[in-house]
Ligand binder design. Structure first.
Ligand SMILES: [Zn+2]
Length: 436
């Protein structure tokens, strides 16, 4: 499969991008020519990029994609009341099929917003895998582990993880190598240290990533101090989880020594500012301190139950604004850094190259149309993307060299059918849970 993007704008220059077998073959000034032959003949498909701006695609480094089913279901409620009266009763009756329908809707939204990768944590991993395979994106799908005193449930989760790790070791590449496995213990307050140690051993032995929520609220920090006599990141180190394979979401209440500890261990953090603001956690991610410590920071939307969308462009803007506000400094987290956090940092963290548009890199790209009045005049494309644009200005989304959307038309599914499937699924879930 080969693709030629002709005449798109990259850092102010018109370039042609040649793509073959999922990788960028060349990036150069228009036109690409090869000997005597006309370039069109050398590629399976050619896209007219004139007037469109090329960017690396977005990597959503922390989400629960199927939770789009809960978009707008119980907004403006206190966290525990929301979980106890809305989310948990509904999740209790959700089937794999419901998760599949929810995931397809979330992935459709992501593709329409230029996102080609998600780091995911939720139940019914096979249903998520099916949706990811169909929709053509990349994913790191967590095998979730929750340890709330139910031994039978815990044993079945452990058995599933052991099976998945063994299948991975046997060379079972999923979705043509686009899908990676992680182990996803929910958090330090829902998984015991003994189980976290078990996770760390498997992660070490098999080289599998670990995806966890960390230091999301002050209550979590205080609970950890009371119960274990240390702070959350110190507990992760104690159980052996701090390594380059660790991806920890939130981290709002990490102190300087925890950030240094995570940086020394090569761990990755993911900030999710919109969800933190909406759930009123009261903290802002310590970006300046994380940067000084040298820890890698990616960007995520979290689930749409607490966001309420999966729009990485909006997330970049919120991330930049909250840091400026926190630092009382308009130069804090500039557009270029917000963009790098949403693109390059995610690619690097998940072994998808450098996340730049260069020969030899994975062909994960977007074309953005800034002709909309909301993004005119155009002084600086990076700034326009972060501060003025939204998902609807993404014109084309390409993952692993495959066009998932072109001219706002998604090519990997019937959009109406995906939306209708998800709407029907959540209606039935709520009926079964007795909520409607
Ligand atoms: Zn989360």
């Amino acid at each position: 499969m080969s693709l030629l993007i002709r005449g798109a704008l990259l850092e102010g220059e018109s370039v042609d991008v040649a793509i073959r077998n999922g990788l960028i073959e060349s990036v150069g000034p228009t036109p690409v020519t090869s000997g005597e032959s006309a370039p069109e003949a050398l590629f399976d498909r050619e896209l007219d990029g004139r007037g469109l701006h090329l960017f690396p695609s977005f990597r959503n480094a922390h989400t629960h994609v199927a939770m789009v089913l809960f978009r707008g279901y119980g907004d403006d409620m206190p966290l525990m009341e929301w979980l106890q009266t809305r989310i948990w009763p509904a999740e209790k009756v959700m089937t794999a099929e419901d998760v599949y329908h929810g995931a397809r809707l979330g992935l459709l939204e992501m593709i329409r917003g230029g996102t080609t990768f998600l780091n995911e944590m939720y139940w019914h991993r096979p249903a998520l895998l099916r949706a990811v395979e169909e929709m053509g994106v990349r994913a790191c799908l967590g095998a979730t582990i929750l340890d709330l005193g139910d031994d039978a449930l815990l044993s079945s989760q452990k058995a599933e993880i052991e099976e998945l790790v063994a299948a991975r070791a046997a060379g079972g590449l999923e979705a043509g190598g686009r899908v990676e496995l992680s182990i996803a213990p929910h958090a330090i307050y829902t998984v015991s240290p003994a189980v976290l140690e078990w996770v760390a051993r498997i992660s070490d032995d098999a080289g599998v990533r670990v995806h966890i929520h960390l230091s999301e609220t002050e209550g979590e920090v205080q609970g950890c101090l009371d119960e274990h006599g240390c702070r959350p990141a110190e507990l992760l180190e104690r159980v052996g989880l701090v390594s380059p394979r660790l991806v920890a979401a939130h981290g709002q209440f990490l102190d300087r020594s925890e950030l240094e500890l995570l940086a020394r261990g090569g761990a990755t953090l993911v900030t999710n500012p919109t969800a933190n603001l909406k759930l009123a956690t009261g903290g802002i991610f310590p970006w300046r301190e994380a940067r000084a410590a040298g820890v890698r920071v990616c960007l995520g939307t979290d689930g749409a139950g607490s966001n309420n969308n999966l729009d990485m462009i909006e997330e970049m803007k919120v991330a930049a604004l909250v840091q400026k506000h926190r630092e009382v400094d308009a130069t804090a987290l500039p557009a270029q850094e917000a963009l790098a956090m949403a693109t390059r940092a995610g690619a690097e963290a998940f072994g998808q190259g450098s996340g730049t548009i260069a020969a030899g890199e994975p062909a994960d790209l977007v074309l953005v149309d800034f002709s909309d009045p909301a993004t005119q005049p155009l002084h600086d494309p990076d700034s326009a993307l972060v501060y003025a644009a939204n998902a609807s200005q993404v014109h084309t989304t390409i993952c692993a060299g495959r066009v998932l959307m072109h001219g706002r038309r998604v090519e990997v599914c019937d959009e109406k059918e995906v939306v209708a499937g998800a709407v029907a699924a959540i209606r039935e879930v709520l009926e079964r849970s007795g909520a409607s």
